[in-house]
Design a protein around this ligand. Structure first.
Ligand code: SAM
Length: 314
């Protein structure tokens, strides 16, 4: 198998408490893989066909060994690397990521209003996250992708304002339908806004031209004519992309999973702890990839993550 896209939740810890992810305290679970373990897992998964990979979490920039891990990951041949962050620490770390060979970052920018941002993120500082985005642009981690989880009655009135940001900046603003996740929102149905509604809001003010969609891409992409940036819609509920899914996830518990919404997995941390050789682990990975149906959820109509998002990585 080739062309697989891996998401690696490198830590379950997070410094924010986003309402859609983990509004309560994030449990202090130990991360299952140490730095060499993460790099080993990534190397073996690259050999199994992963060509694109993203570090996520929890908050990946909280891992104290991240500079060493990122540098080692960047040296794995045949894989392009990116990272998803809340941006609170990005301003001091974007250069390090670029030097390690990372090509892009996704930043959660859920509101352009400092108070609403603070409310959604449980205390986050919008100015710090925006400074991180600027720093990432300067470091060449472009286009910086802004992730906006749309929440009815909280940030859904900001769609046009976000769209206007793409006029002069080479960013990609991606509006994401909120998924009900364990430990997340108490009222996910009430907060859910379909992507079509967000798009219609934007089209009241701007024309949107469709752009080609890459293979396995989750976002349906558009641009305002003449704009430098792009606008994407990620619609796990209203337009599930399971049929084209090429993703694998390694959670901060060290378990490799084929899908956010499935409970089965291959415990790489346990294999490493039991002293499995590279050949042995590779055989387990090949077996799992052959066994796991690609692009299938137990019930595609209900995109509900099977474990907390900070463990799975979003
Ligand atoms: N701490 C980093 C951050 O804030 O971006 C990385 C981890 S976070 C779990 C990764 C992504 O997951 C976020 O950008 C957000 O878009 C997505 N996410 C988390 N919970 C979600 C939910 N309930 N529905 C949809 N997307 C969610």
């Amino acid at each position: 198998m080739s062309g697989l896209y891996l998401r690696l939740s490198v830590t379950g810890r997070c410094d924010l408490r986003c309402v859609y992810c983990r509004p309560g305290p994030v449990p202090r679970l130990a991360d299952a893989l140490d730095g060499p373990g993460l790099v080993r897992a990534a190397r073996l998964l690259a050999a199994a066909g992963v060509t694109k990979a993203r570090l996520t979490g929890g908050e990946p920039l909280l891992r104290p060994d991240l500079p060493d891990v990122a540098a080692a990951l960047g040296r794995i041949p045949g894989v392009t690397w990116s990272l998803t962050t809340n941006g609170q620490r990005l301003a001091g770390m974007a250069g390090m990521l670029a030097r390690a060979g990372f090509s892009r970052v996704n930043v959660s920018v859920d509101s352009l209003d400092p108070e609403v941002f603070r409310r959604i993120t449980g205390g986050g500082d919008l100015a710090r996250t925006l400074a991180g985005c600027r720093e990432a642009e300067r470091a060449g981690l472009v286009p910086v992708k802004w992730n906006v989880v749309v929440l009815r009655g909280i940030n859904d009135g900001e769609a046009e304002r976000f769209a206007a940001e793409t006029l002069d900046r080479a960013i990609e603003v991606r509006f994401i339908e909120c998924m009900p996740s364990p430990g997340g929102l108490a009222d996910p149905e009430e907060r859910y806004v379909p992507a079509a509604e967000v798009r219609a809001r934007i089209e009241r003010r701007f024309a949107l031209t469709p752009l080609p969609r890459g293979r396995g891409a989750t976002a349906e992409l558009f641009a305002i004519p003449g704009a430098r940036g792009r606008i994407g819609f990620i619609a796990p509920h209203s337009a599930p992309f399971c049929a084209e899914c090429n993703r694998l996830r390694l959670g901060s518990d060290g378990v490799l999973r084929p899908c956010l919404c499935r409970t089965d997995g291959l415990d790489l941390a346990a294999l490493f702890a039991a002293g499995a050789t590279d050949a042995g682990v590779s055989a387990e990975i090949s077996g799992a990839l052959a066994r796991w149906p690609r692009g299938l959820r137990p019930d595609p109509a209900r995109a509900a993550p099977a474990a907390p998002m900070h463990l799975l990585g979003g």
